[in-house]
Structures are given as C-alpha cells and as structure tokens.
Design a protein around this ligand. Structure first.
Ligand SMILES: *Cc1c(COP(=O)(O)O)cnc(C)c1O
Length: 378
C-alpha cells in the first residue's frame, strides 16, 4: 500500500498522458510551448480568476508574488505557525520578517484572533510594517476568509493565499486559489494536482500583479526577453509538465475531488469516537491533501505510529514542529510567544494514506487497524 498512489492514477490516465508527452516531443517547444498557455487558460477558468500564471514550483509562485508586491526589508509577513517552510521562506530571502500566528484547534488554520494580536504587537513595537499575510489552506481545508479578509481590510494588509495543498477545495461558493488578493499553488507530484516533477501557479484578478509576475518569471523581461526592465527569476513551468497536468486537471475536476471526499467521509465516520477528526465547516469543501488525526498525547501518537508501522500501514507527520520552534527561525523577534494550539497539533498529529484511488478494501483494513491500535494503546 502506498501513502499516495500515483501509479494507479497513471494507469487510468495513461493514454492521454503518453499522447500529450509525445506531442511535446514532436513540436519540441520545451519552454513556454502551447500546452503551457492552454493549461493557464484551463486553470483560470476552473478557479474563476482573471489570470493564472504558471511557474517552476509553488515556492517560486510565492516568491514571484512577494516580488510583485515589493515585499522586502522592514516588512512583516504574517503566517500560521503550522505550515511548510515554503510559505515564508521566499519572504525571508527577500529580507522581510515572518511573524507567526497560532492556529485554530479544529481546522488547524491560521487563527484570526492570533493574527490580529500579532498585527497589533508589530504596530506597537514599531520596527516592522505589517505588509502581508500568507494564509495557508492547511492540508486542503480552507481557512476562515470572512474573518481574515476583514482584518486585512482593517489594517490595509495584502492577503496572499498559499493554496499549495488546496487545489480543488472550496470556501463558500468560491474555489481555493481565488480567496485573497492573489494566490499560489504547487504541482509537486504528491499535491492534489501534481505533475511528474516540480511546478506551480499564481492566481489573481489584478492585472498589474499578473503583468509583474509574467515579467519576473522570465528574468524581468520587458516587451521582449532581452529587454530586461527589472531583476527577475528563471521560473517557468516546463511544457512537458503542462502537457501532463492537462489531463490530470480534467480528472481532478471530473471525479478525483469526489473520490477524495468519499475517502475522508468514511475515515471521519469510523474515527470520530476515537480520535480528533479534521473539522471542515459546512459551506466548505476540502480536497484532503492529507488526512490528519490527533491523538490524546504525544506518547499516544508515537505509539500509534509504531503500531501502524508494524502493520505496514504508511503514515506521516505533517508537521512535527511549529515554525516558531524551528532553528531557522531562532533569531526571529516575534517567536518568544508560545502558541498552544500549534504546539498541541504538532505533538499529536499523524496522517493516514489518502488519495482518490484508495480501494475500499484498503480503507477498511486501515480503519480496522487504527481502531485496534487505539484500543490496545489506551
Ligand atoms: C508544497 C507546499 C509549498 C511549496 O511547493 P513546492 O512546489 O514544493 O515549492 C508551499 N506551501 C505549502 C503549504 C506546501 O505544502
């Protein structure tokens, strides 16, 4: 059993994927070929934003946005303490200061009260200017955009949605990737929409930001490639990756999201009385990039994982440490605080196999084993 089974997806989409790769080998426009523009059109139409701009990976998608918004030294960039380092890494590279916030105890997304408290904290200290918040749709679950948008308006802060784990998720009647001033996503192979290598995209309705990102992804090009008007990056999506992503996008739309939700519903129903299950609010939809459960304690979690390992059930921790406890952030002036929800989450979380092609028999085996583990360990 695989934690995420990409082989089964390939079996299902093989004819289209192989054909699309062959087409690229025939036309040989390996950089910015027609599939890249076709994918951008289909991405924008699915997400319902004016612009979709592909790039080399999800981390670069954030970097392109931070550069487009001119984020740099003196700027405070807020983000949840529980996320992958990529959410904040490019802002730090550009000289900005990350300011971590606690998460909620049920969705594990950025906690709006903690965000506002940290903004007030930064304003009171007067060293950094509150500039942007990176809101992560953690493990695929949309954050609380009504609350966060009103805080961003109140303090005039840019809202950047890191939807690397939430391509296909929905908040109320909108798709994730369309919930901030701009959004980023990742096509890393194991993400809900993944290629066969690195890839990423930016989404926005803002023409100016879109133009800047299109320039910065090709070395700060002006009207042409050799008319450079600003410092940029080399961050394009390979044509072959776009060709692979096209049929995968259609599969995600047509049936993979529904299959993911089915798996999660079954897990939720089975585990509700034993462990803390993930909370998805009523008007939202999560693609469950990961399915995470919380144990009662760190020891219980570690014992659960040892039991699952012994029974050959793949399992992972997303993520073992909150950002404010990482060595890389040890000099950060805003990390003295303890974030109780973030710390509890990281100590007790573990994730189970989750993908659209998990067979019913496999799911039943996982469920039986987890429940047996709980009863033997407690
Ligand atoms: C995967 C991920 C990214 C970065 O994506 P890459 O394509 O690997 O660079 C950013 N943010 C979050 C929350 C992620 O999970």
């Amino acid at each position: 059993m695989d934690f995420i089974d990409l082989g089964r997806q390939y079996e299902k989409l093989k004819i289209e994927i192989d054909q699309n790769i062959q087409n690229v080998l025939q036309h040989r426009q390996f950089i910015m070929g027609p599939e890249v523009y076709q994918l951008e059109l289909e991405l924008a139409s699915f997400i319902n934003t004016k612009h979709a701009i592909t790039c080399a990976n999800g981390t670069d998608a954030l970097q392109l946005l931070f550069m487009a918004y001119d984020i740099g030294p003196g700027d405070a960039v807020f983000c949840p303490s529980v996320t992958f380092i990529s959410s904040i890494e490019p802002a730090v590279m550009l000289g900005a200061t990350p300011v971590f916030c606690d998460i909620t105890d049920d969705t594990y997304n950025i906690n709006a009260q903690s965000l506002e408290a940290q903004i007030i904290n930064v304003l009171r200290e007067g060293v950094h200017v509150p500039k942007a918040v990176v809101v992560v749709d953690f493990l695929g679950n949309p954050a609380d955009y009504d609350e966060i948008t009103s805080i961003c308006k109140k303090y005039n802060i840019i809202l950047i949605e890191d939807a690397a784990q939430a391509f296909g998720s929905e908040y109320h009647d909108k798709k994730c990737c369309s919930l901030g001033h701009a959004a980023s996503t990742s096509f890393f192979p194991s993400k809900p929409l993944g290629g066969y290598g690195d890839g990423g995209a930016i989404f926005t309705n803002d023409d100016k930001v879109a133009d800047l990102c299109r320039s910065i992804r090709v070395h700060g090009k002006g009207a042409s490639k050799y008319d450079n008007v600003r410092v940029g990056l080399n961050s394009r999506l390979d044509t072959i990756q776009a060709a692979i992503l096209l049929p995968k996008l259609r599969a995600l739309k047509d049936f993979e999201v529904a299959l993911r939700v089915n798996v999660a519903d079954k897990y939720n129903e089975a585990f509700e009385e034993y462990l803390q299950i993930p909370k998805v609010f009523n008007n939202n939809l999560s693609v469950f990039a990961q399915y995470a459960l919380l144990a009662n304690s760190e020891t219980e979690r570690d014992n659960m994982r040892a039991y699952l390992d012994k029974e050959n059930i793949p399992n992972m921790i997303y993520y073992p440490y909150p950002q404010h406890k990482l060595i890389v952030n040890k000099e950060n002036p805003y990390t003295e605080i303890s974030f109780l929800n973030a710390e509890r989450y990281c100590k007790t979380t573990f994730s189970l196999p989750m993908h659209p092609y998990l067979k019913e028999s496999e799911q039943e085996h996982i469920i039986k084993t987890v429940i047996k583990a709980v009863s033997e360990i407690r």
